[in-house]
Design a binder for this molecule. Structure first.
Ligand code: TYD
Length: 205
């Protein structure tokens, strides 16, 4: 069976982490070899860039360039080798996050985003993307409950997350085959079952 690349997206606090772990466990139950990874990050250099991206103030274009720099490394060092070796890859975020956060949230010029995407991964997209959709106030309450000190993105205000959310939904409308929107304000068990059904319907029937 051909290896698949699945990505999880959504605003901070949308609740994707538990669901990523659950899907990876379910795939492994089926005997599938899975690499679980994240962006920004996923490689030694990528994790160092993540530290800067999450904590160091910077120009919005620097932010976009570093996101794609980390992604280039991630593709070369981890995602593509895994897929070529037949291993599935499940990533917490990928390029849709740059569209949502840097274009939608921060106002990066769309043409610059398009150019970077075309440069870093021409003709390559995830096989399936799950966008966790939830109101920013619900997500913010979840972040507060989870504790920890907020990073540069998590400190943004509600209107920022409204724009990020809208950008994710817009991108989903333009790629309905690839991107599935998950209503994330429901019980984790219901969401888990829905995700397993989406994956099963595509690849295990
Ligand atoms: P996140 O994936 O939410 O990790 P954690 O759950 O550990 O906080 O954090 C990554 C942050 O980086 C998140 O706020 C979104 C942001 N981000 C972008 O702005 N653009 C991108 O392209 C990516 C991959 C992430």
């Amino acid at each position: 069976m051909q290896a698949r690349f699945i990505t999880f997206e959504g605003i901070d606090g949308a609740g994707k982490s538990t669901q990523i772990d659950a899907l990876v466990a379910a795939l492994r139950e089926r005997g599938i070899d899975v690499e679980q990874t994240r962006e920004p990050g996923g490689t030694a250099l990528g994790e160092r860039l993540r530290e800067l991206l999450l904590h160091e103030p910077m120009h919005l274009e620097t932010e976009a360039l570093l996101m794609f720099a980390a992604r280039r490394e991630h593709l070369a060092g981890r995602i593509l080798p895994a897929l070529e070796a037949g291993r599935w890859v499940v990533s917490d975020r990928f390029t849709d996050a740059t569209y949502a956060y840097q274009v939608g949230g921060r106002g990066l010029d769309t043409a610059k985003f398009d150019a970077l995407e075309a440069w870093v991964h021409p003709r390559f997209q995830p096989d399936l993307t799950l966008v966790f959709d939830v109101a920013p106030e619900v997500a913010a309450a979840r972040l507060v409950r989870s504790g920890g000190s907020p990073d540069r993105f998590e400190r943004e205000q509600r209107d920022f997350f409204e724009r990020v959310r809208a950008a994710y939904l817009e991108r989903a409308r333009r790629a309905p085959e690839r991107i599935r929107v998950i209503a994330a304000d429901r019980e984790p068990e219901i969401i888990r079952a829905e995700i397993e059904a989406i994956v099963a319907e595509r690849w295990f029937r």
